[in-house]
Design a protein. Structure first.
Length: 72
C-alpha cells in the first residue's frame, strides 16, 4: 500500500494524501482527525505502508514516522 502526500492549492505544505485502491479508484483526504481515512493513513504508515512526498520520492520508514508524529 502506497500513500502519496500532496499540497492543496493555497497551501505551502502537504496537508492531504491519496491512495490508489485495489480497483484502481483513488481516495484522497485532508489531514483532519475526524476523518476515518486520515486515521487509517496514520496507522498504516506507522505500520510500514509506503509514503511518498508530494514530489513522488519514497520516504524512509524513519522519515515517514517523523512526518506522522508531527500531524494532529
Amino acid at each position: 500500500m502506497t500513500y502519496k502526500l500532496y499540497i492543496r492549492m493555497d497551501h505551502t505544505e502537504a496537508d492531504a494524501a491519496m491512495i490508489t485502491n485495489e480497483d484502481g479508484s483513488m481516495t484522497s483526504f485532508i489531514f483532519n482527525p475526524a476523518n476515518t481515512d486520515y486515521a487509517n493513513f496514520k496507522k498504516e504508515v506507522l505500520a510500514g505502508a509506503e509514503l511518498q512526498d508530494a514530489d513522488g520520492n519514497v520516504m524512509t520508514q524513519e522519515q515517514a514516522d517523523d512526518f506522522i508524529k508531527e500531524l494532529p
